[in-house]
Design a protein around this ligand. Sequence first.
Ligand code: NAD
Length: 367
Amino acid sequence: MEMKIAVIGGDGIGPEIVAEARKVLTAVCQKYGHSITYTELLMGGCSIDRYGVPLTQETIEAAKANDAVLMGSIGGDAKTSPWYQLPPEKRPEAGLLGIRKALGLYANLRPAYLFKELADSCPLSAKEGGRNFDLIIVRELTGGLYFGERWTKEIDGVLTAQDTLKYNENEIRRVARTAFEIAGKRRKKVTSVDKANVLDTSRLWRKVVHEVAAEYPDIGENDMLVDNCAMQLVKDPEQFDVILTENMFGDILSDEASMITGSIGMLSSASLNESSFGLYEPSHGSAPDIAGLGIANPVATILSAAMMLRYSFGLGAEADAIERAVKDTLAAGFRSADLMPKDPEKAKGLTKVNCAGMGDEIAGRIQ
Ligand code: NAD
């Protein structure tokens, strides 16, 4: 197959980790007889430096002309970077919100999976038989509080701010269907998370999700309040298969889910629209504190590339090959710095490798 992929390296560790994902994709192409044409695009801080804005119309058009987008991460240190002296709509993160909207990427998929080899990194208390969870969060990405009207103004001498949380039934229905479709290929259970005891948008969310659930009689559905879900993720993550939720709740819960796997450097994500087009990126940020040191963990980006092959190109065997190579690399004892146990006893027999070393080990195990 010939694939056309737009690449956004971005800022901080972004270009380093994307380079390793490309290395692994090259190994997949050699093994399975595919070819890839890459188009490099600027977005985020590097686009501000070049064009004065975090996202240009040219970048949007070029992204659309490709089959998928593979991204590192954007943004800098909010305390020291000049990008954060700019008004909010000109900062790096505005580019990310802008490209999601422009490409219609309404469904964000974030798996949280505990690799057996990294079980010691899981901060949750041990459970009989060990921890063993495998869940995916489907987050609505182009509506809700982050896209509603907002303002800050002085009213009667008092500085006041307002954000608006709005959803319509169509926005809810399309992302709910995505969640049920995914559950159909997994363990057939959707947990819909809302705050229906307080919010009107959540009551509409729940009503529409129930209508969609009726279209999928073989898939179980339960509702959970967001505060309870935050607690249950820590207490008993094994109960979840697919968690379906709105934009802000998903933003927070997916970071929580990522941390219970032990390292944010392991977690991939996909943002999809109604066609097979998607933007694939790690769940973590641009890690400015370690940028340029060559010690970032590239696995989340490599696993995002696997999601890209599966969801945008229908290449399930090739995606499996990447996931297997990651597991085999961990099983062979290779660890990036963030995955090395602090306890020297537990570190015995493990080999610490840098970002490029981790990419080499994984690429070398593609079969
Ligand atoms: P972060 O995820 O970048 O970093 C949090 C911590 O995790 C840091 O200590 C970092 O070193 C570590 N870390 C993250 N990824 C790692 C990896 N692959 N390997 C090893 N360690 C890793 O979060 P932050 O510090 O809150 O944000 C930094 C910047 O990233 C901000 O500008 C933020 O807006 C941006 N950001 C971008 C995205 C995105 O592009 N989608 C997402 C989240 C944050």
